[in-house]
Design a protein around this ligand. Sequence first.
Ligand code: SF4
Ligand code: SF4
Ligand code: FES
Length: 1019
Amino acid sequence: MSGIDGNVTSAPLAHASEPDESANPLGPQGSETAIHRLERRLGWERSGEYDGDAVAFTLDGIEMEALPGETILQAADRHGAVEIPRLCYNEGMRPDGNCRACMVEIEGDRVLAASCCRRPTPGMKVQAQSERALKSQRMVIELLLADAPEIPHDPESELMYWADHLGVRTARFAARHQPAPDFTHAGIEVRLDACIQCTRCVRACREVQVHDVIGYAHRGAESKIVFDLDDPMGESTCVGCGECVQACPTGALLPSLPAIVAGDLIAKSHRIDSAAAAHDTPLNRGSKRLVPLVQINGHQAPASGWAKSTSDVESLCPYCGVGCQTTYHVADDRILSVSGRDGPSNHERLCVKGRFGFDYIHHPQRLLKPLIRRTDVPKDAHTLVDPGNPLEAFREATWSEALDAAATGLRRVRDEFGSSAMSGFGSAKGSNEEAYLFQKLMRVGFGTNNVDHCTRLCHASSVAALLECVGSAAVSNQVADVQYADCLIIIGANPTVNHPVAATFMKNAIERGAKLILMDPRRTELSRLAEHTLQFKPDTDVALLNAMMHVIVEEDLVDHDFIEQRTSGYDELVKALRPYSPEAMEHLVGVPAAQIRDAARLYATSRTSMIFWGMGISQHVHGTDNARCLIALALITGQIGRRGTGLHPLRGQNNVQGASDMGLIPMFYPDYRSVEDPEARGYFSELWGVDDLDPKRGLTVVEIMHAVTRGEIRGMYVMGENPAMSDPDVQHAREALAELDFLVVQDLFLTETASFADVILPASAFPEKTGTFTNTDRRVQIGRQALNPPGDVMQDLELIQEIARRIGLDWRYEDASAVWQEIRLAVPSSAGITWERLEDEHSVTYPCLREGDPGDEVIFIDDFPTKDGRGRIVPANFITADEVPDRDYPFVLITGRLLEHWHTGAMTRRAGVLDAIEPIATVSLHPDDLSALGASAGDSIALETRRGRVVATARPDAGIPRGSAFMPFAYVEAAANLLTNPKLDPFGKIPEFKYCAVRLAAVSSDEQSDAMYGVGAEL
Ligand code: SF4
Ligand code: SF4
Ligand code: FES
């Protein structure tokens, strides 16, 4: 941790472990996790595959038992006494039995058997280390080594491990002709000269992540793995999840070394262009990238993506709410690569962001010194400071000077204008401990409830409806429950893009037999697996959901017992639904009545049905009504309170659930206790040792910006948020930020918001700190420090306390665990979760009221946490969006995210692989609309609303409905939020990001703005 004036002391990093040179790369043997993971992944518990008794047999003379369904190899692994070689077998995948490395001798059998496929029978005598078995195993390895490159691409691969283990050093056979390497993908190197055709990558791609990109083609000596129709990987439909890389046992598929890392490890580098770059259009510019070169046998060749780590740290992915557990592989205080851990939400899977989006922390634009605004550079709402050149508007300062200036400036606003003139934006990317301390600082130190974060911009309306109807804002069932669901509704969500690993479990459930009802104005990737795709007209969610409920009531598909015993308000709903027959609604919603009826019947009559929704539901002026309808749908059918049922609003940011739980919202203290409730105020006054907590609700994110322009709010502390990119009608937000008397911004980079700061405090990045994070499933998980912060950069938790101490609070929390100890008092639903348990188990689900409680994976089993214990059915009537298309603005603009870019792009656009894949701002349009505009793919399109104008590159997408345009909001050079409508949902106070009127025109590419970072930047 850094000292205040830059005296850096290196603290030992928690849980960093020295890799064991002799360790088996397959992980620990002899545990029970192998079989349990297999059960979970393959859903065999459900199918009765494991019914029966354990089977006693002997392996190399050792007596052991196989659990029902276990193979010889799995039983051997669990027992731990005998190590059987294997290459095509990968724990958690379907056994394929193609490599024959695992051959064993079975007494009485004429031929050897593949132990990865063969199940033992009672009394079976198996030899894995008999002369005959060993000879066969060695022969297989020798044959495979004969084809392998002389210098292995991955010297620590499983193949090299088994070769060493069996004492096979050289091969006596000639090598086959090898395919050429393929470096067309930004994140993955394909070197099939090392491929042994084990098909682990094929199964990883098809059966685990269900992307269906990798196949096995051709015959005999020509056989090889291929991407799509034998396309270069960078031009295939690969989504870059890297599951194949993680599965490959030879180094034939490797992560590319980030150039910024390779730059230090390997002296020489050279630019190569992919085949795609030969057609140099704006849409494929990012396919150019730096590939580090090395000398091999006197020839230059691209460096292998393999590099040896010196520590492997168990942590989490910093991006979305799925909460994947990761291992950071680190050397020289740099992350070399990331692999997935067997966490409860990901079971070793990752998406492209978790796998490759880590090198932003090493980006040259990273803030390393505190900055104070230059007195000769006034704030200008229309000018963003170049993040690569902060000194054009700021000067460097020492930590003491900057912290004094920050605290003095904020305190002066409080003292001169009163507490209500103060405001703070915390971050859903920070830890629970940071969120908790930040809201406490605003409430205790500055006396205001004007504290909020980006939850206001994503699921505030879902939270409002859930609190109103079922008394809890958290999900009722975890994503993993899809394995028990017979029917899924996914509405207003695009999980393959926004929650990619969760989407893989949904796809696994569908492959197992669950039926998907996909409801969205856009036809998205999951549509190919859906039983019903209801591509309804944007903005008509309430009409469609009411029509489905109309069918359920009309056809008496409701659960009368559940309604009678567990709900209130059913009769009012029945009355309200009368006008909403599917036949009356089909024209309005654009879905045939028969399809609405079929979908309604499927949801209501399935044994178990789950609903997942995203921001397509919540980001409307009727977002709360949309969520009320979904809740009512579950309540009238009794599809809640059991495994495989329930309500799951997919949370966006990695800690948006936790930040809200911690009270980083203006109306609630931690654990959703109202600031207007005298009892709650009394409790927190005592806990925090103050007697003057603000009794009024604070203002929300967008309300704060309006209050700034009215002169009511004068000071702001922003920690890790970027309202100058994420707010609707963002020019208004930029004007408000520029008007503030005093603004402190704490962040990794000079963000668009920091352009208007008086003081900028460099923040620590996710892998540089330890803390807890709560994922979309209510799982509290621990992220561990893998690196020291660069230079003089301090931990964010320490920065909050430095400000607190400078305004008179004597805060001395030693570390995150000390803050968590206080959180257990402030948040009763997590009171049972001790720090020690988090360290041991990595993940604990709340509610967990007492130490030792397992944590409730499914809630609302017996009642709802409402005053009368009943779920409240709240009818909703259809209303239109605030701004509908007209003659001047005839299109609908829908905004959202891309797979590769997260939120405002501050991190992902500085991650080399991610920005190389998606380097430029695009607008997606139906191909017919594009031609009607006289444009084609790659042309520049101007988008103009009543609030602003941007120019982006056209991308045809037949899944976009005619008359609509989709735009990601991650690109500063074409900031989608310059266009969006700030009108709020009256309950959740969430803006209508998902709908506004826009006009489009084809324009010259000269009109496209340059970015200040990104565009496939070569780091
Ligand atoms: S690329 Fe790797 S995982 Fe795929 S078949 Fe070849 S060796 Fe197996
Ligand atoms: S699904 Fe979410 S948490 Fe998992 S790796 Fe991807 S971005 Fe990270
Ligand atoms: S591991 Fe058994 S055949 Fe490959």
